[in-house]
Design a protein. Structure first.
Length: 70
């Protein structure tokens, strides 16, 4: 009987420790995930800007070549 009570108290203690850790870790984890998402979004925005400028320069230079400007 004593072993069952001990194991149930240990299980209850483990649950309390896990809930405490979730309360502590959740804001930190949320902040890290948000930072990673922002970093990824910034990367994609820069990539789109770079590709847009690259293609504009490429088509502009082809137009200049075809019209005899260069």
């Amino acid at each position: 009987m004593l072993e069952k009570q001990t194991s149930s108290f240990l299980g209850y203690d483990n649950i309390n420790q896990q809930l405490y850790m979730l309360d502590f870790v959740t804001p930190i984890l949320r902040k890290n995930v948000q930072t990673a998402l922002n970093r990824g979004e910034s990367y994609h925005q820069l990539r789109v800007r770079f590709l847009r400028q690259f293609w504009q320069l490429r088509f502009r230079s082809e137009d200049d070549h075809s019209s005899g400007i260069v």
